[in-house]
Design a binder for this molecule. Structure first.
Ligand SMILES: NC(=O)c1ccc[n+]([C@@H]2O[C@H](COP(=O)([O-])OP(=O)(O)OC[C@H]3O[C@@H](n4cnc5c(N)ncnc54)[C@H](O)[C@@H]3O)[C@@H](O)[C@H]2O)c1
Length: 341
């Protein structure tokens, strides 16, 4: 630690890694930021764009160099590299913030969690919706009984435009990459576990999804352990904009998360709300505040000032449900989550 200001390593300078680096470089309690990417030009460009930040920003040639120069590390590489980097950071005794999902499969996730547990390090997973004002308000309302018995929950998760083709084969697929957020939100919000799923997928868009064994659109029916029914849909093609919503229907009231001025929906009703002038273009804009808040929470947890808000085990629980959905859509049958757990 440089004085009481942290030295933070950032591994991965892509879409989300760049956002996290910008957040950290502007945070007063980060003194130094060390960035590395498998593509060094990306790390260099990112560091250059942050040259005027309060934190000192530099690049490193390898993950090893980043780990050796940091008090804590943020892993925002392609998913396929997460587990190995968590393991290396754990062996170096460093606290880790890792983007979701922890790994591409449950075995890789468990191995990384074992390493983190054995080293006794802090491991926080990047489920940023836990820091979103709307999701937090809905959680409080549900838990305070405002909605009464909730019987149905509907999750919407739509990208406006597909990710780059190169992202897809390393992502784990639409369900593990995107729907895993809906699963985490369902678990965190309700405090219940998903016990059974039935999922389907479709491919009407670019061939690179199919070629990677992936789908560009998916829908799942999820049954919670108290019998609550939830649906989750995800797509890479929502021309209207980036759309993340959750509707919770109870005996007493019905709440919608993500239904606001920039929600990319046009009402078909003559007296319905006007279509948004500036619909959300993507996840970075929609969840900017939540991404900043989760990293602020990470810094507090590293300093021992707060509990870990999203431990590694939460990443495993969500991935197991996503894994069950993936199996269900591949085999076209309902799957008990215990089958993959
Ligand atoms: N929480 C969220 O809402 C959210 C949003 C987007 C992405 N993500 C997650 O963040 C991760 C990155 O996604 P992205 O959209 O930024 O992808 P991206 O493709 O834009 O960036 C990934 C970067 O990682 C680099 N990289 C790959 N392997 C590496 C390695 N071994 N060492 C160093 N660098 C390496 C690549 O060169 C690339 O620059 C994924 O796991 C994704 O699931 C989370």
């Amino acid at each position: 630690m440089a004085g009481d200001r942290l030295r933070v390593g950032v591994l991965g300078a892509g879409r989300i890694g760049s956002f996290h680096a910008r957040t950290l470089a502007a945070a007063g309690d980060v003194g130094e930021l060390v960035i590395a990417d498998a593509d060094p030009a990306r790390a260099t460009a990112l560091a250059a764009s942050l040259a005027a930040s309060p934190a000192e920003v530099r690049t490193a040639a390898s993950a090893q160099e980043v780990l050796a120069a940091s008090d804590a590390v943020v892993i925002a590489t392609a998913t396929a590299a997460h587990a190995e980097l968590i393991t290396r950071a754990a062996r170096a005794g460093l606290p880790v913030f890792c983007e979701k999902p922890v790994a591409l499969d449950p075995a890789g996730t468990r191995a990384a969690l074992r390493e983190a547990g054995a080293a006794g390090i802090l491991l926080q997973i990047g489920f940023q919706r836990r820091f979103d004002a709307g999701f937090r308000a809905a959680r409080e309302a549900l838990r305070a009984g405002v909605l009464g018995r909730v019987h149905t929950i509907r999750c919407v998760n739509s990208d406006a435009v597909p990710p780059p083709a190169a992202f897809v084969p390393l992502s784990g697929g639409l369900i593990r990459d995107c729907m895993v957020h809906d699963v985490d939100t369902l678990r965190w919000l309700t405090g219940r576990e998903v016990v059974e799923v039935y999922a389907r997928g479709s491919n009407g868009g670019a061939a690179f999804f199919r070629e990677a064994g992936d789908v560009d659109t998916a829908a799942a029916l999820l049954t919670l352990d108290d019998g609550t029914l939830a649906t989750a849909t995800a797509t890479r093609y929502n021309g209207a904009g980036y759309d993340v919503r959750m509707e919770l229907s109870g005996e007493r009231d019905q709440w919608a998360v993500g239904l606001a001025g920039r929600t990319p929906v046009t009402s078909a009703e003559p007296d319905g709300p006007a279509a948004p002038e500036r619909p959300w273009p993507g996840f970075l804009e929609r969840f900017a505040d939540a991404y900043r808040a989760e990293l602020a929470a990470f810094v507090r947890a590293v300093r021992g000032e707060a509990e870990n808000p999203c431990p590694g085990e939460e990443g495993l629980r969500a991935l197991l449900v996503a894994e069950a959905c993936e199996l269900s859509r591949r085999e076209n049958r309902p799957v008990r989550v215990a089958e993959v757990g």
